[in-house]
Ligand binder design. Structure first.
Ligand SMILES: [Zn+2]
Ligand SMILES: [Zn+2]
Length: 252
């Protein structure tokens, strides 16, 4: 059994064919999913998809790209929605200095406000970090009681070690499989009990589907790559990463 710990099932291509998407995933051994929100509205959609499907869980958060559009009172919405059983994390939250769609101060403010919610509720976070290592580390370190996952990890080994030391898990997506990626050499050094797999569907389709819209079943290819890197069976990687997901997100 594999768990795709990060997919955005509310996008039309996935949502409109959800049954097909889930069937294909099951055939590839991917049987549990966390649908990750990027703003209040799509987080609500994640929740309703999760409510209708036993093996789908949900998170709520404001993505750095959406930080500029966060309305007054959004924190209250997060508290309210986090009361649902199927809500397992605050995310995705974080910083994105690659695209800079929201200005830096707004990104940091909204990130910190949501870290406070996670601390208050004692729930894990799912964080996004693109070319913002230093500031992400700074903000995470201000909330030492919070743990969570570095989603779609793409930084270097030094940064991975800082996240690990702070208690975070490291999640790899399809970019682990890309030719000439530096990530396999980083993944090799991650303790196996802190590893997660994800697709970030519909983004980042792994080899051999690179460039096409992604779907959760392809977490399988990320897991196969990890099996290769660790010299373990796919079954062992599947079991370990799923156990890690259960532990971090307190899944049933
Ligand atoms: Zn992200
Ligand atoms: Zn995402």
């Amino acid at each position: 059994m594999l768990t795709d710990t990060h997919c955005h099932l509310f996008y039309d291509d996935l949502k409109d064919d959800l049954k097909g998407v889930l069937d294909r995933a099951n055939q590839l051994g991917v049987t549990r999913f966390i649908c990750v929100g990027t703003n209040i509205e799509d987080s609500r959609e994640c929740l309703s998809i999760a409510e209708e499907n036993k093996n789908i869980f949900s998170s709520i958060g404001i993505h750095p790209h959406d930080a500029k559009d966060a309305l007054d009172g959004y924190i209250t919405d997060i508290y309210t929605l986090m009361e649902y059983k199927k809500m397992v994390a605050v995310g995705e939250i974080g910083l994105d200095y690659f695209r800079n769609i929201s200005n830096l101060d707004v990104q940091k403010k909204v990130f910190r406000e949501q870290m406070k919610v996670a601390r208050e509720l004692n729930r894990p976070i799912i964080f996004h970090n693109r070319e913002a290592d230093e500031d992400v580390i700074q903000i995470l370190s201000e909330y030492p009681d919070v743990i969570g996952v570095a989603h779609c990890f793409s930084s270097n080994l030094d940064t991975a070690r800082v996240f690990l030391d702070m208690g975070y898990y490291i999640s790899f997506s399809g970019n682990l499989t890309f030719k000439n990626s530096h990530l396999p050499s980083v993944a090799k050094e991650i303790p196996i009990n802190r590893l997660l797999v994800e697709t970030d569907s519909p983004y980042l389709s792994p080899v051999p589907h690179r460039g096409k819209p992604n779907e959760p079943g392809r977490a399988r290819f990320v897991a196969e790559k990890l099996a290769d890197i660790y010299n373990l069976s796919l079954g062992a990687i599947a079991q370990q990463t799923s156990n890690n997901a259960t532990e971090l997100f307190r899944l049933p």
